[in-house]
Design a protein around this ligand. Sequence first.
Ligand code: CTP
Ligand code: MG
Length: 224
Amino acid sequence: GDVAVLVPAAGAGVRLGPGRPKALRLLAGEPLLVHAVRGLAAAASVHTIVVAAPVAEVSTVRDLLAPIAPVIVVPGGAERQSSVAAALAAVPAGPDIVLVHDAARALTPATLVESVAAAVRAGHDAVIPVLPVVDTIKEVDAGGTVRGTVDRAALRAVQTPQGFRRAVLAAAHAAAADALTDDAGLVEKQGVPVFCVPGSDHALKITRPFDLAVAEQLLARTLD
Ligand code: CTP
Ligand code: MG
């Protein structure tokens, strides 16, 4: 494999409600992070996995993942972006392609990991998986009055894994000024074109309790 995957997993999971950090919350009896790492390890291109864990849970996470796959675990940061930067700094020499994948997208299929990696390998320096936006989107003012309707045909919802030529991601993080919610955003600021590949419904981000319930159902039976 020529691919390293960085897994930001250091978030608290505030929107999921009270409990342990989100990566350690259970889905069908196993932590979200276990599901996520298992999916990544199932992708043949993946050579190295680096997890950014909650600072207080680094050794817990190491013990948890050791039976699943060989994984490097580092303490995460206060923002997602600093967690990704910490993981990036721990990637050993070798892999030329780096993917960044949210632990919260615990059920992401290995096929999506491979399609993102393949697009980088084919020459795209930055690749994101996207889905069309299904709802009508409106711009609304602070008082709750509609300002206008956005043309959704040009909009895409963005998932992870996001894939990069290693040097491109490293340069983008080195130059980063303010914290963004995704890595492609940093690369865009460097003027690097970002290429889209089709995403997957199964790569949904588990954010609220409803999403956890959906993920439980996805695991319990095969939904399309
Ligand atoms: N993340 C991280 N370090 C942080 C914040 C987030 O590694 N300081 C990770 C999360 O663990 C998650 C991914 O980034 O895998 C996407 O973030 P999100 O879904 O927002 O997770 P949380 O920040 O944990 O959730 P919330 O915003 O509800 O607290
Ligand atoms: Mg968050």
